[in-house]
Design a protein around this ligand. Structure first.
Ligand SMILES: Nc1nc2c(ncn2[C@@H]2O[C@H](COP(=O)(O)OP(=O)(O)O)[C@@H](O)[C@H]2O)c(=O)[nH]1
Ligand SMILES: [Mg+2]
Length: 390
């Protein structure tokens, strides 16, 4: 029998990641606004610099920037910024946009739906001009018909006064925007001080509130600015897999084949949420833990290889684990990795800093306290039942 190596596990996780992505719902977003408002900057800030050019999938005759990300079912369209005066390009754009946003309603195909539009106005551009107001009113009439939420994004919002003035002038128009969110994607050096970037996390949350439930998962994975959002989704995945592990019956550890796929799915789900690529030390670290445990009896069984790093806490537990323990393995493993992923996402650490020994230690601490909690719950329950009997 081949030695089960880190590469095997990496491959298992990688193919699981692709499966998770395939099963996600298609999310289509659109960004509209005048040239220079910061649309491209916003897209890169929110979804990453590593977006890839792709076809729109929509029958448009104009050159529309269209980007996807790492095999996620996600497209974001960067609509070419129109100029308000001069030729009638704004009308041409409008008819093209109209075609695209009504297509979903006509065909009822998920890939043809636009789930949310971000309309960008720069805080430095003084106010909404009449031509733009007209355009926006027509746009909102169309999106209203097609039930597509439009969020007004006030971009380049580094001066409070400008931002407030613009917001007030827009409020006066009483337009049916789903939300109005000011953002500054990159820091601005204002000579006296540096105005720090802000607002993208709020914008991500706002999109999350207005889109349909079935595409929320995709948004939570492709956005990279709202860590709470990622954590929530990752915890949901972990809880789901822990529940699966929880119903496994009592089995000796070396026959615990049923736990392995759940461990792989848990790690895959977390790495899908955080978009951590397979080459990174995320999986290498786990694999290293496996490699370190290369004893003869363990080689026979990949499950053993995976859970062996949990020793001594788990390994000594009669060499047998029941569902409750399996669930605690998943929860503890999930918690440790989510914490690390959050540190990486908030740039508090780089993947290379992940230390296997610390991982094992943290895992064991969490596992012990998870088991303690379970025991307390059980004692509590038994106590309650005794009380009821009395
Ligand atoms: N510092 C800073 N510069 C920004 C921000 N948003 C846009 N810019 C700058 O404004 C210019 C126009 O931005 P761009 O994204 O190309 O606008 P687009 O034409 O709407 O795609 C670029 O020079 C950007 O660097 C921001 O949030 N902070
Ligand atoms: Mg651009």
């Amino acid at each position: 029998m081949d030695r089960y190596s880190s590469e095997h596990m990496a491959q298992d996780i990688m193919s699981e990641v692709e499966k998770i992505k395939v099963n996600m719902s298609q999310l289509n977003l659109m960004v509209i606004g005048k040239t220079g408002t910061g649309k491209s900057t916003l897209i890169n800030g929110m979804f990453g610099e590593d977006l890839a050019q792709t076809g729109t999938g929509f029958p448009v005759t104009m050159e529309v920037g269209s980007y996807s990300k790492n095999n996620y079912p996600f497209i974001i369209m960067d609509w070419p910024g129109f100029e308000l005066d001069g030729d009638n390009s704004i009308d041409v754009q409008f008819s093209e946009i109209k075609k695209v946003i009504s297509l979903g309603n006509k065909t009822k195909k998920p890939q043809n739906m636009i789930h949310c539009i971000l309309y960008c106005v720069s805080a430095t551009g003084h106010r909404f001009e009449d031509a733009e107001i007209n355009f926006v009113k027509n746009l909102l009439a169309e999106t209203g018909k097609n039930k597509i939420p439009v969020i007004l994004v006030i971009t380049q919002a580094f001066l409070k006064k400008d931002t407030l003035e613009l917001k007030e002038s827009i409020d006066e128009l009483d337009l049916p925007f789903a939300d109005i969110v000011p953002v500054l994607v990159q820091d601005v050096d204002l000579e006296d001080y540096v105005k720090k970037a802000y607002g993208l996390d709020r914008l991500a949350a706002s999109i999350g509130r207005v889109i349909a439930d079935d595409v929320k998962n995709t948004l939570e994975c492709v956005q990279q600015v709202n860590i709470k959002m990622m954590t929530r989704r990752a915890v949901m995945y972990v809880n789901g897999y822990a529940a699966k592990a929880g119903v496994l019956g009592l089995k000796p550890l070396f026959k615990r084949k049923d736990l392995y796929p759940i461990i792989v799915s848990t790690l895959a789900a977390i790495s899908t949420v955080y978009d951590i690529s397979i080459e990174s030390s995320f999986i290498e670290t786990v694999s290293q833990l496996i490699e370190d445990s290369g004893e003869s009896e363990i080689r026979q069984n990949k499950v053993m290889n995976v859970v062996r790093f949990l020793e001594p806490t788990l390994y000594l537990a009669n060499s047998a684990i029941i569902g409750a323990q399996s669930a605690a393995v998943i929860t503890s493993l999930g918690e440790v990795f989510i914490k690390k992923m959050n540190h990486i996402s908030s740039k508090e650490m780089v993947p290379e800093d992940m230390n296997p020994e610390i991982l094992v230690q943290e895992f064991n601490e969490r596992f012990k306290s998870a088991m303690k909690r379970k025991k307390q719950e059980k004692t509590q329950k038994e106590g309650d039942e005794n009380n009821e009997r009395k």
